[in-house]
Write a protein that binds this ligand. Structure first.
Ligand code: ADP
Ligand code: F6P
Length: 329
């Protein structure tokens, strides 16, 4: 076997896991990690159920066939979990011991900022770690896109198209609440691409009465219905719908899209992004680096120190937000 030693580190065996909320494209990332590692003479183990499975020793060898027929599937074949025990020093020590017992030199963690924080702490126990951003929220500032965001955006757009039919037939206001925890990207992108009258995000202060005014002005201009995109981080779609109906006199309905946004076959964009990032993650481990994260900047796949990446404050694209305002009126 041609184990590779670049920068003095020999990567003989790596492991891969998915953690936190699942995202479409995670499977494509697992596939890329497994196949590119095998191609480079490195053994790969799959960890079931994220950090919980790692602590419990749920590891099994993977080969090229383990990742056949998954590039187009949503979810994650490795399963995912949230693991409070991993937040403790003792839990992480158990995980590091498991990796040592299995002879694993490096770990690829596919997940969001919580999972990355876990990977960062694990690297301090001597495990080489690299993170691949997999979350529909697009809430990691160091990277332009996270795996799953594009697919989720398209799922939201599909739902909006359907809601438009019923909302225009009834001449109603439709308030659509989308995921994103504390991040308004999904609402903003879907608002622009879906032709929304207004977008409400946690990053920008919002005035309920201004919203009602926008809706009434739209009606005066001849709009037969209004579509409002509301980010989960602001929340309260049903309450807001009630308020809008009372203040405008226009029938208003709230739709909370929920976990539908996390499922489905990944878009071409997410499959390519995941494939490139998976390959890069293996390269980074082979270079002897640890505590790194993979991202995309100006269209180029890059890696960055995990501490630096996690310390970048949340960026919100205010220019894009302004575009949403201009195009809505
Ligand atoms: P995401 O990775 O999508 O942000 P979570 O925030 O739920 O999802 O984190 C996933 C898992 O990562 C947690 O269940 C926990 O095991 C681990 N994790 C999260 N935050 C920390 C932390 N501060 N320290 C150690 N591990 C963490
Ligand atoms: O992290 C992705 C995300 O979809 C968030 O937008 C949402 O708040 C959260 O996961 C919900 O996850 P769950 O219901 O699995 O706890």
């Amino acid at each position: 076997m041609s184990q590779v030693a670049i920068g003095g580190i020999k990567m003989r065996k790596i492991a891969v896991l998915t953690s936190g909320g699942d995202a479409p494209g995670m499977n494509a990332a697992i596939r890329a990690v497994v196949r590119s590692a095998i191609d480079k003479g490195i053994e790969v183990m799959g960890v079931q159920r994220g950090y919980a499975g790692l602590i419990n020793g749920e590891l099994a060898p993977m080969n090229r066939n383990s990742v056949s027929d998954i590039v187009h599937r949503g979810g994650t074949i490795l399963k995912t979990a949230r693991c409070p025990e991993f937040k403790t020093e003792e839990g992480r020590q158990k995980a590091a011991n498991v990796l040592r017992v299995f002879g694993v030199d490096g770990l690829v963690v596919i997940g969001g900022d919580g999972s990355f924080t876990g990977a960062r702490l694990l690297s301090k126990l001597g495990v080489s770690t690299v993170g691949i951003p997999g979350t529909i929220d697009n809430d990691l500032s160091y990277t332009e896109y996270t795996i799953g965001f594009d697919t989720s955006l398209n799922t939201v757009l599909d739902a909006i198209n359907k809601l438009r039919d019923t909302s225009s037939s009834h001449e109603r206001v439709s308030i659509v609440e989308v995921m994103g925890r504390h991040c308004g990207d999904l609402a903003l992108y879907a608002g622009i691409a879906g032709g929304a009258e207004d977008v409400i995000v946690p990053e920008i202060e919002f005035d309920k009465d201004e919203l009602c005014k926008t809706i009434l002005e739209g009606k005066l201009k001849g709009k037969t219905h209004s579509l409002i995109l509301l980010a989960e981080g602001v929340g309260g779609a049903s309450k807001l719908a009630k308020y809008v109906e009372e203040m405008t006199g226009i029938e208003t309905r709230a739709t909370i899209l929920g976990h539908i946004q996390r499922g489905g076959s990944p878009s071409g964009f997410d499959r390519i992004l995941a494939s490139k990032m998976g390959v890069k993650a293996v390269d980074v481990l082979m270079e002897g680096k640890s505590a790194r994260v993979i991202g995309i900047e100006s269209g180029k796949i890059m890696d960055q120190d995990i501490d630096e990446a996690l310390s970048i404050p949340r960026r919100f694209d205010e220019e894009l937000y302004e575009i949403s305002k201009v195009l809505a009126h």
